[in-house]
Design a protein around this ligand. Structure first.
Ligand code: ZN
Ligand code: ZN
Length: 394
């Protein structure tokens, strides 16, 4: 009998759906914060071990888990990434699998990503004779703090890998739909701090002080002109200064003000330019007003940009599963995603899986966050078809 070109992805049977739901709910009930995914990692490693994966490594970049399944036919090496962390929120939904941990919640859907990856690992492990190449699963810690992807790469997660693929369930995209942008998917996300220093003193003797609050007020206003006056109106940029702290009393001139902000762009050059300009503008204004400004770059993720050729392959695979009309265009999102680091290093594709629940719309990173579990088998099928397509040799 001639071998089929690749293992066929058919409608998931009830066993597949059941596994997906069980994994998702068990993980959902026991969320852990970034870099603290100890029990989550244990749960994943235990199940991967039972499947008999070809290689299993724990403790990668702290709490990460990496596993490999090797096909018996030559082909490419593809990395599938699933992020593991929850968020510091208290879940409000009244569901039987509600978070059992006060103040911690899977409010971004990473439980969905892990469940799909686990089931895909099982599915592939049963099909080694038909399978081309090798699939490496990277269960990554700390996506929410943009801290997990980079150390995983440094620990060798991409060594020998040709292509990368990942997904994010999306509560604002209808269930049944997927979005696979050919280029920009998500924005860069940088966090920065500006420490404005003057000289404190008596509130009634301002001439003997250098008022850091007045300097900070000028800096806050001036930074918005980097968007409105220095950036092309057709290039989306956000500068948000979400926190300003300084001073201790109404009649004391503050000697120091700390401003914290975030920059979002879709363009790597613009990102670099604006980060430099934020520091420069703050320094210039503070200097003119007899003070100083110190710029600190706290963290940053590049924009998430798909390789057009990989996105085409994944779109073809997805079309075969959900049909052409359910593969929908997407306006790039201003949120950040540290899968960007994998895409900087290897050609690959990151796609969005529709999971909008019935009823009122819900937003990621809120205590009300929920997803429609019917997205689980769809996500599994699309991811499976995508991986099989990406594995194929030319
Ligand atoms: Zn998130
Ligand atoms: Zn997320």
């Amino acid at each position: 009998m001639a071998l089929k070109p690749r293992p066929a992805v058919s409608e998931p049977d009830t066993a597949v759906t059941q596994h997906l739901i069980t994994h998702r709910r068990e993980l959902h009930a026991a969320p852990e914060l970034s870099f603290k995914e100890v029990e989550t990692a244990h749960y994943i490693a235990e199940r991967l071990d039972t499947l008999g994966v070809d290689k299993l490594t724990q403790g990668v970049a702290g709490t990460g888990v990496v596993a490999e399944i090797r096909g018996q036919r030559p082909g490419r090496c593809v990395m599938v990434r699933a992020d593991m962390d929850g968020l510091p929120l208290t879940e409000t939904a009244d569901v039987p699998f509600r978070s059992t941990r006060a103040g911690v919640m899977h409010a971004c859907g990473h439980d969905v990503h892990m469940a799909i990856a686990l089931e895909l690992a099982r599915w592939l492990a049963e099909r080694r004779p038909e399978l081309w190449g090798m699939v490496r699963f990277a269960f990554q810690p700390a996506e929410e703090q943009a801290g997990g992807a980079k150390p995983m790469i440094e620990a060798g997660a991409l060594d020998g890998i040709d292509r990368v693929v990942g997904l994010h369930v999306w509560s604002q995209l209808p269930t049944g739909q997927v979005a696979i942008p050919p280029g920009v998917v998500m924005a860069s996300a940088d966090m920065f701090t500006l420490i404005i220093r003057g000289r404190g003193g008596h509130g009634a003797q301002p001439h003997l002080t250098v008022d850091a609050v007045v300097i900070a007020a000028e800096v806050v206003t001036a930074l918005q002109t980097l968007v409105s006056r220095e950036t092309s109106p057709v290039a989306p940029v956000v500068i948000t200064l979400g926190s300003v702290h300084g001073g201790s009393a109404a009649n004391i001139v503050a000697g120091e003000v700390v401003i914290q902000g975030t920059l979002r762009t879709f363009d790597a050059d613009l990102r670099r330019h604006l980060l430099a300009r934020i520091a420069q503008v703050a320094e210039g204004i503070a200097g003119t007003m007899r003070g100083h400004s110190e710029f600190r770059h706290d963290s940053g993720t590049p924009p998430t940009i798909n390789d057009p050729a990989m996105a085409t392959l994944v779109r073809e695979a997805a079309t075969g599963v959900v049909g052409q009309n359910a593969v929908v265009p997407l306006e790039p999102l201003m949120v950040g995603e540290d899968f960007a680091y994998f895409l900087e290093a290897r050609p690959g594709c990151f796609f969005l899986l529709g999971g909008a629940p019935e009823g009122a719309p819900v937003v990621h990173h809120t205590p009300e966050f929920r997803i429609d579990e019917r997205c689980l088998p769809i996500g599994f099928q699309v991811m499976t078809a995508a991986v099989l397509r990406l594995l194929e040799p030319d």
